[in-house]
Design a protein around this ligand. Sequence first.
Ligand code: C2G
Length: 151
Amino acid sequence: MRTVITYGTFDLLHVGHVNLLSRLRALGDRLIVGCSTDEFNEIKGKRTIYPYAQRVRILNAVRFVDKVIAEQCWEQKRDDVVREGAAVFAIGDDWAGRFDDLEDVCEVIYVPRTADVSTTEIRYLVNAMHADKLSELRVQVERLSDMVKRF
Ligand code: C2G
C-alpha cells in the first residue's frame, strides 16, 4: 500500500484542486489530504469562504481522497508522513523546493499547477458579478423613483 500525502486549504473546490488530487492519487494506492484548519489559514494569511468543516466534507466527497486530516501548523508534515507511513509527499509546484527537507522520510514530488484557475480569481469573478447586479438594480431603482416622482 503506497500512501501519498498532501496539504492545502482547498477552499471553493475547483478544477485545479481536482486535477491535483487526481494526479496525486495516481502516484499511489491511497491519498491523504491535510486540510488547513481555519486557525492555520489565519497563520497562512488566507481568508476562506467555506469554513473548515465544510472543506473537509467536500474533500471527503472527492473519489480521489481516501482520508482527510487537519493541517494545524507548518511543522506537522514530518510526523504525519511517519505516522501514516506515507511513501510520497506531493504538492503543487507553486511550492517547489519548500518541502525538500522531507526527502529523508519520503519521496517529495511537486506537480504542475493547473493554469488560469484559483480560488482568489473565483472570488473576484463572483464579486464582479455581484457588483454588476448591484449597479443594474441601482439603475432600476432610479428609474422607478423618477416614475413615482412624475405621478
Ligand atoms: N493547486 C493547483 N492548481 C491550481 C490551484 C491550486 O494545482 N490552479 C494546488 C496547489 O498547488 C496545492 C493544492 O492545489 O497543492 C491546494 O491549493 P490551496 O488550497 O491554495 O492550498 P495552499 O494554500 O497551497 O496550502 O502546507 C501546505 C499548504 O497548506 C498548502
